[in-house]
Design a protein around this ligand. Structure first.
Ligand code: GLC
Ligand code: CA
Length: 559
């Protein structure tokens, strides 16, 4: 493979793969760049920013869904898997985008959303039309004469009820997400063949892989057993890794994945380390990498997370995947708040430093980093306080649920302000012109007013900006295979303020020091730094060995 020859060879024990050495940049198309001023980002908008994307040094773009969709869940409800959403453009635009990326040696990974389709997909229209329609078994139906189906929890439903009654055939259909997202019946081999064909359609166009949405949920026990009370608090245990999931993935691997040089990653990795290994260990021939939620979930508890929690989670996963399997590393995406607001400190004095510190973390861990668009600028949560500003179906239906059940609306609004997915979906901040240069129309969701100071144009000119730091960090990772494959070792494990670790490969060793607090902190590494060389740091003034300033980040080369 040309790729493997391009870089010097290393120990034979390393199973080198392009998708392990990749830096993935996630683009949320609706909010990236609007080319025709209808207020909605689009493919031509992304095309106009290809040189910017290239300038980041990233090697893979993951694009959130761009297929035809009535947009109940911003494209995660697909009505035609082989077409482009009207507001995003045409198939010709898509082809141009793919070519533009490939011309710049950037690969493209698409979202594959097949746990459910839209209720406006032709399959569902047929399926619901009569009990004897050939498409009936494409979805999960429960005839009402059998009584009410066993309760199932819905993430987005106003009543949290995943069964929707449909009078047309006097039956209920299953929807883990919104009512407009009926779950496909993977137990029907025809559905699986349809999905294989959809994947081939896109792979034959030349795309480089799939991020498989909500994929751990696709396989279901269709006898619908009763789950114990409170099961929804541990939902992945009950919804994840259903009966024949591995058979289905193996089938996809045989029929499709194995025929292309692609990367495959499923969203969610079950509820145990063993589940995750079963998905991705190379000898099982299923997927390439596991994308677990524990890293982001630690921020989801009252009072926030502690650094010791974070270290524990990442160290546990790293140790367990040291010899086999491969992980995705991420701290934000379109379903989570902004990285700097959630894990760092977005107050004016520390936003810049803490954002760079977190970037250092992501780019120096083992696993493939997934970096969410806008985080390279240090974009922050918008924290809407008025429900009218929210656009996310999860936020809007959750709000209705709280109102209808007489819940604590004020508390819910406070939650949304910090946790809502809309925090990371505000328009990309290109420059300081109106609407951050995202659109000249009315943006579909409000622009964060801090765009006048946080934007790509200003940061591009500033060698010390978050953006410039991100570019440096990406290139550092790309030229140092030790940062990709090197053994990870936690240092000063119980230090509650500083995350310190070494990475080691072929006698090459690096030390990473990260102060996760807004105060000065000390690290006891026990490592002699007298001969160490600083590869990168997030302060511009000299460092003081083991004493770290607020949110200070340093990467040393030890030899
Ligand atoms: C995944 C997506 C999320 C979407 C959901 C339903 O979790 O990341 O954005 O709402 O699946 O498709
Ligand atoms: Ca547009």
């Amino acid at each position: 493979m040309a790729f493997a020859q391009a870089v010097q060879s290393h120990t034979d024990t390393i199973d080198r793969k392009w998708w392990k050495e990749a830096v993935v940049y996630q683009i949320y198309p609706r909010s990236f760049k609007d080319s025709n001023n209808d207020g909605i980002g689009d493919l031509k908008g992304i095309i106009s920013k290809l040189d910017y994307i290239k300038s980041l040094g990233v090697t893979v773009v993951w694009l959130n869904p761009i297929y035809s969709s009535p947009n109940d869940d911003n494209g995660y409800d697909i009505s035609n898997y082989r077409n482009i959403m009207d507001v995003f453009g045409t198939m010709a635009d898509f082809d141009a985008l793919l070519k533009g990326l490939h011309d710049r040696h950037i690969k493209l990974v698409m979202d594959l959303v097949v746990n459910h389709s839209s209720d406006e997909h032709e399959w569902f229209k047929q399926s619901r039309s009569s009990r004897t329609n050939p498409y009936r078994d494409y979805y999960h139906w429960w005839p009402a004469e059998k009584g009410k189906p066993t309760p199932r929890y819905s993430f987005f439903d106003i009543n949290s009820d995943a069964w929707k009654y449909d009078s047309l055939t006097n039956s209920y259909y299953l929807h883990y997400f919104s009512r407009k997202q009926p779950d496909l019946n993977w137990e029907n081999p025809k559905v699986r063949t349809e999905v294989d064909d959809i994947m081939k359609f896109w792979l034959d166009k030349g795309i480089d892989g799939f991020r498989m949405d909500a994929f751990q949920y696709v396989a279901k026990d269709t006898t619908f057993p009763v789950f114990p009370p409170g099961y929804e608090k541990n939902i992945n245990k009950y919804y994840g890794m259903g009966p024949h999931l591995h058979d289905y993935i193996k089938e996809m691997n045989t029929n499709v994945f194995s025929k292309y040089d692609i990367m495959t990653v499923a969203e969610g990795a079950g509820s145990t380390l063993e589940d995750a290994h079963n998905l991705v260990d190379a000898d099982r021939h299923e997927l390439n990498m596991a994308y677990h939620f524990e890293g982001v979930d630690i921020t989801n508890k009252p009072g926030g997370y502690t650094l010791l929690d974070l270290k524990q989670v990442y160290t546990k996963w790293d140790k367990d995947f040291e010899d086999k399997g491969w992980l995705a590393i991420f701290m934000a995406n379109h379903d989570n708040p902004r990285m700097v607001s959630n894990f760092g400190n977005d107050s004016p004095g520390f936003r810049d430093l803490s954002s760079k510190m977190l970037t250092t973390f992501l780019m120096t861990m083992r696993g493939t980093p997934y970096y969410y668009n806008g985080d390279e600028l240090g974009m922050t949560n918008i924290g809407f306080t008025d429900i009218k500003d929210y656009r996310d179906v999860a936020a809007l239906n959750g709000y209705k649920h709280v109102v209808n059940t007489g819940g604590d609306v004020q508390h819910y609004m406070q939650e949304l302000r910090v946790r809502s997915r809309d925090n990371s979906r505000t328009p990309f901040q290109w420059d300081s012109s109106e609407n951050a240069g995202f659109t000249m129309g009315t943006p579909w969701i409000k622009v964060n007013p801090n765009y006048t100071t946080i934007n790509a144009a200003d940061e591009d000119k500033d060698p010390n900006s978050c953006l410039s730091y991100f570019r440096k960090m990406v290139s550092l990772r790309k030229v140092n295979l030790v940062l990709v494959y090197g053994k990870y070792n936690l240092v000063d494990a119980d230090n509650p303020n500083v995350y310190a670790y070494t990475r080691e490969l072929d006698g090459k060793k690096m030390l990473v020091l990260l102060n996760f607090t807004a105060k000065d902190a000390t690290v006891t590494s026990g490592i002699d730094l007298s001969k160490a060389k600083v590869l990168i740091q997030n302060y511009t003034t000299p460092i003081n060995q083991n004493h770290l300033r607020p949110y200070e980040a340093i990467v040393y080369q030890m030899n």
